[in-house]
Design a binder for this molecule. Structure first.
Ligand SMILES: C[S@@+](CC[C@H](N)C(=O)[O-])C[C@H]1O[C@@H](n2cnc3c(N)ncnc32)[C@H](O)[C@@H]1O
Length: 469
């Protein structure tokens, strides 16, 4: 009998399952375990849910550690929500990710598969992100030791600049050194915090929606450019200028400094207008010889080196000879379409967000790409018979949907249109497997290449080539 709130003791963790949860089997029942454990650990698990065939819960005690464990390199490990797999050696992380792809495609996809090429590991396993966002909060997350130290006294809220603590919407963990992005990221963050504390600037209070400093979004690019956007709740000109001048003086490598006023309750800046305080107001990033404009609101692959590798795999799978009509579905800022444009006859990109399509057009122009056109709208609405008749039957469809995968209507349309090749780029092998199972009606999976974009996390990118039978 396995009930909710029951603690199972001495459970050997055997594997990782989807979404980075660890997995154990007890009396034939599958237990999903959260709480920083890895295969090889032996743990006690407090169940939070229990069904007939499976249960889930949190590790509350580790009896013995896996022999494979390595020392986490970050002082914030265990409290910060990022880089949760630091205790797993990188080679093993890759092994688990590879296995996830195999499991999903074979279990959900239920179709004959070719051998899956070994996952492409990331050249950089730290400092690999080109974009990072830190949050200011008047409520720092306090460790158990800090709470205990207060004894029976009142615990005062302290300001923090760092990352949200998982499941605690109002608590932010003060981050000293983060290894996700190259310098000057930590210098920028720590300079802002020190200045704000020294000058009594109000860190945002997300419960009462008051305060001044909200977020800082930092882009450190392989071109050497550094773009910083400081988000504040309301205008306070003198205070703002003093803060931004101080930051520029302390961090001379900043090439563009912006600020954004966000009086809303949520943190999204997509409906706001960032203003350039210093520099040209945007940055540039390179993939091979292509240059992309990165505005303060633009989407771009977060790991530049692996983004390039992902696009190279996509282009190789597309096998272009210069005569093909290529559709780039869910094209974002057009980066895949532009990347393959030299090898194609023409490229047609489709994306929901109008601003991303504006960027795509500008990116095509700045790279002298004249054979690509981009359309804003929902792929389901745009991809009708008239659109394909007007732009030409696709020789290759490249599709890169969000985590939810493709809408079934689009899958059906692709089956109807019957392009000779589909290259399916996915950030979620589970939904990809579901879509492949439907496409299997007319397509055979020819090649599979997983790519690791996010070391020390459970996230996986996977590229699949489908050939029409
Ligand atoms: C995983 S991103 C791919 C971006 C791009 N291919 C790249 O490599 O940068 C998925 C994109 O799909 C877009 N999207 C989501 N739903 C969509 C829809 N129904 N129709 C068109 N685009 C959509 C999102 O805005 C996002 O830009």
């Amino acid at each position: 009998m396995r009930k909710k709130n029951v603690v199972l003791t001495n459970i050997p963790v055997s594997d990782y399952a989807a979404e980075g949860k660890a997995l154990a089997k007890v009396d034939g029942k599958v237990i999903f375990i959260e709480g920083g454990v890895m295969p090889g650990d032996v743990v006690d698990v407090r169940l939070s849910k229990s069904k007939k065939d499976w249960a889930e819960g949190k590790a509350v005690h580790i009896h013995s550690y896996s022999k494979d464990r390595v020392e986490p390199f970050c002082q914030h490990f265990g409290m910060c929500g990022g880089c949760k797999w630091q205790m797993v050696p990188y080679e093993l992380q890759l092994k688990y990710k590879q296995q996830q792809v195999v499991d999903h495609l074979s279990r959900i996809g239920k179709m004959p598969l070719p051998p899956i090429t070994p996952i492409l590991g990331s050249k950089n396993t730290v400092n690999y992100r080109n974009k990072l966002e830190f949050t200011f909060s008047n409520r720092a997350y306090l460790t158990n030791e800090e709470i205990a130290a207060a004894g029976d006294g009142v615990i005062e809220h302290k300001p923090a600049l760092g990352f949200h603590v998982p499941r605690l919407f109002d608590k932010v963990l003060n981050i000293d050194t983060c290894y996700l992005q190259a310098e000057p990221t930590n210098l920028i963050k720590n300079t802002l915090r020190e200045y704000a504390l020294a000058n009594n600037l109000a860190f945002y209070d997300i419960r009462n929606h008051e305060g001044w400093l909200r977020n800082v979004i930092i882009r450190v690019l392989t071109t050497g450019e550094v773009m910083v956007n400081v988000v504040i709740h309301h205008e306070a000109k003198k205070q703002r200028e003093a803060l931004l001048d101080h930051l520029l003086a302390k961090v001379p490598s900043i090439t563009t400094l912006l600020y954004t006023i966000n009086p809303k309750k949520n943190d999204s800046i997509f409906d706001l207008e960032p203003k350039a305080y210093f520099g040209k107001g945007y940055a540039e990033e390179k993939l091979e010889d292509y240059t992309f404009k990165i505005g303060p609101k633009s989407f771009f692959q977060t790991n530049t080196y692996q983004g390039e590798a992902l696009y190279q795999v996509t282009r190789e799978f597309a096998g272009l000879t210069g005569n093909e009509v290529v559709y780039d579905l869910y094209c974002g800022t057009g980066s895949i379409g532009i990347f393959v444009s030299k090898q194609a006859k023409k490229v047609i990109g489709i994306e929901l967000i109008k601003e991303a399509i504006d960027d795509a057009k500008e990116n095509a122009e700045r790279n002298n790409v004249t054979n690509a056109t981009f359309y804003a709208g929902d792929v389901i609405d745009i991809c009708d018979d008239a659109f394909f008749a007007a732009h030409g039957a696709p020789d290759v469809v490249i599709t890169d949907p969000p985590r939810a995968g493709m809408h079934e209507k689009l899958v059906n349309k692709l089956l109807e249109i019957g392009a000779p090749k589909i290259v399916y780029v996915s950030c979620n092998p589970a939904t990809q497997a579901r879509d492949l199972a439907l496409l299997h009606e007319k397509y055979t999976v020819e090649k599979i290449q997983p790519v690791d974009m996010f070391p020390h996390t459970h996230h996986i990118e996977n590229v699949v080539l489908l050939i029409k039978r």
